[in-house]
Structure formats: structure tokens, C-alpha cells
Design a protein around this ligand. Sequence first.
Ligand SMILES: *Cc1c(COP(=O)(O)O)cnc(C)c1O
Length: 483
Amino acid sequence: MSATSSQVNSESTAYRSALQVIAGVEPRVAAAIGAELADQRESLKLIASENYASPAVLLAMGNWFSDKYAEGTIGRRFYAGCRNVDTVEALAAEHARELFGAPHAYVQPHSGIDANLVAFWAVLAHRIEAPALERAKARQVNDLSEQDWFELRRELGNQRMLGMSLDAGGHLTHGFRPNISGKMFDQRSYGTDPETGLLDYDAVRRTAQEFRPLILVAGYSAYPRLINFRIMREIADEVGATFMVDMAHFAGLVAGKVLTGDFDPVPHAHIVTTTTHKSLRGPRGGMVLCHEDLAEQVDRGCPMVLGGPLPHVMAAKAVALAEARQPEFADYAQRIVDNAQALAEGLNKRGATLVTGGTDNHLVLLDVSGYGLTGRQAEAALLDGGIVTNRNSVPQDPNGAWYTSGIRLGTPALTTRGLGVAEMDEVAALIDAVLRETKPGVTAQGKASKAQHVLDESVASRVAAQAADLLANHPLYPSIDLG
Ligand SMILES: *Cc1c(COP(=O)(O)O)cnc(C)c1O
């Protein structure tokens, strides 16, 4: 991130004035907003799902579009007075279609979870509800008899989904019990090869042929390699499944054309969901891309499962997607991967254990059991050194999903700040130094704790100072000076 002096003046003035207005009503909120900027500037953020949206994206969200109700779709609203909402929703959808080469884009989902719910119900409506209506010669669900409705509801609730297991890097919304998707679907998962840590397509095929899911889901939040979506689509076709890809984590790499051919989900999937705030670097939100046959059902997302659209966020999505269509974004996306690979190499050469041995995308999964730590201890120790990460299970994790044995590291945020491959080696050195010096703590009963850690204060402060030095060379939001 660099900034011209006129940008510094105009963006600083915009934010100073905005904070003054807020402080006039609730000064503690204005203070917290300022403090958040300071915190974000000071932390070495390796959270793989986070990023820093541009001031243009942020400003597009803070305005009177927030006041509008706009249920329905572009040009077909249940409320009058939506012409400006139509403009921004149409712009966001157009940018999304052009950027990803998708026939249809639905930009209303409020989050990734919501986008997945829209996709699930669109597939259920297309494949289960529509044929049932046709059999009953009914135009819509309200025309069904009580008996037909009862049977349709049972059928909708009795479908199968196959997705990636959680400990291989899959996501809770891909049919796991704590999430609504697991209560809606009979779910099975595919994992990764225990030897290589790589996705085993033959195993996916075997499970798909035996289980015959309605929906085959691909996508992850903690898998450091690429998925061949052409092969996954072939498997889906063999068993008559709808192929859905949740690219929440790696949408920025698709947008930036780092993932192309077999690794670009859009040409291969029937339906693609994403968040807009991770590697794509937009506002917090979700999005669905699909072909025309599913478009009508997808567009019913609100009020099917979504509350009224957030026009201010759709405006910000339009801005972020316009940014992602610029050539600089492709350069950014490539640097994300270069940085992740440099980080992996830096850790490898210091003797760390990485799941799959490295990375092809924006994230690295570090197995911290070699340091004698749980993920929880490693996460807390790294935070003592000013390094923000999150713990994550590794395949067949002996410590379960709470303590875990892994740390997930992602480079989208630091890449936005402008850090490069040389600095990733320094980041790897800091991580390795902290973890080497950290010891597991003991419980009050004198037993080895999975939660407590012991790290010498002098090591923590030395690493924190080095992390601060690295960041000082790459100021965050250089165009914003709150004074
Ligand atoms: C982050 C993520 C989601 C959920 O996104 P939210 O915006 O937090 O609801 C869904 N799927 C995958 C694969 C994700 O990584």
C-alpha cells in the first residue's frame, strides 16, 4: 500500500470528520474505531481468512444505502424507490460475472454461510421441489395438497451431501452437525491421503459411487494445496450429483487468475459460492455464481433464507470487484502465493513440519506437535510475540478441534501491506524462534496442560519488537492519518 499526498489529505479528512460526527453521539464508539486501526497497524496478521479492504471499499459501506429495504432482485423489488440500489446491485453482479466469467452472479448474501445456504436451497428447489411440482401439476408450493406438501418436505429433508472432512480442511457449512447444513443433509466426507496429506480423488470417487450424494461439495478453509475441479466435476457427473465449489478462501486467487484451467472452479462447477472479504479483499459478505438453469432459484435467496439485502455492502462489493478487475489485482494474487511459498520454505528450512510439506495457495498449515505444543499453546505464544494466527486441526488430529495440533498461516493480509518474500523468511524465523522457546504449562494439579504455555518475557518482547520493525516499513492505510 502506498499513498499520494492528495489521497492522504482527502482520506484523512474524510475519516477525521466521520469520527467527529460519531463522537458527537457516542464517543466511546469513535474511540474504539480509532483504537482498532491502531491495533491492526501494530499486529503481524497471518489470519488466512482476513485482509485489509481499501478505503474506497470501506467508505462505500458507511452511508444512507444502509437505510434501504430492497427485497427482491434488480428491477423487481417488493419496495418502491430502489432505483439506486438497482444500480449498485447490477454493477456488483456485472463486475462479478466479468471477473469470474460466470453466466450469473447473485451478490446479496450477507456472508459465506448465507451464500452456502442459498446454494443448497437453490439446488434442492431445482432438483427436488421443481420435479415434485411438475408431478403434482402445481405451479408453486402453495398449490400443493397437504399430502403432497408433507411428502415434499420429507423429501427435501432426506438428501445427501458429500464434502471434505473438517480435519482435512473442510468447512462446518459443508454438512457438519453443528451447522444447519448437517441437520438438513445426510452427510459423508472425504479426507486426504494419510501419507501425503493430499486429496485422494480415487477415494472421493469410491465414496461418491457408494453414497450417491445429491450435492458434491469442494472447497476448504485449511487445505494448502490446489483442487482439480475438472476431476471433481467428472466424479459428480458419474453419480448424478450437483457439483458445488465453496471458494470462500481462495476467491482472490481465482479473481487474480492464479488459479486457472482445472484449478479455476467457475467453468467446472454447477454452482460456486464465496465470501467477499477474504483473499478477494472486499467488504464482509457473500456471493453465488451459477449457470442460467439455477439462476432463478438462486435469485430467490431473499426471502428464502436471507434477510433483506444490504445495499451499502452491495455498493462496497461493486467497488471491490471493480478493484479486482484491475491488472494490479492479478499481481497482488500472485504475490500472495509467492509469499505463502516463501513462508513455507522459511519454516521448512528451520525444521518445522508442514501439512503436505508446503503450499500451492495462500495458506500454510504448520503442525506444531514437533515443538511439543498444542495449537492452542502455539497460538497464544505467537500472540505474545505480536504475531496473530489461529490454531487449526491437522488431519487425524490427536488433540481434537479445540486444542488442535496446528497453526494456520495465511498471507493475503501481509501481502496487501506490501511485505514480500524476503520478509516472509524473517516472519518464518520469528515464528520458529517463538515456538522453539515455548514450553507447555502445567495445570493447577501439576499435570501437563494443553492450554497453558510458558514463554520467557524477554523472548516475547524481542520478537514483538522485530515484528514491529517489519511492519514499520509497510504502513497500513498510509493514506489515513487520524491525527
Ligand atoms: C469463511 C468460510 C465460510 C463462511 O464465511 P462467513 O462469511 O464467515 O459466513 C464458508 N465457507 C468457507 C470454505 C469458508 O472458508
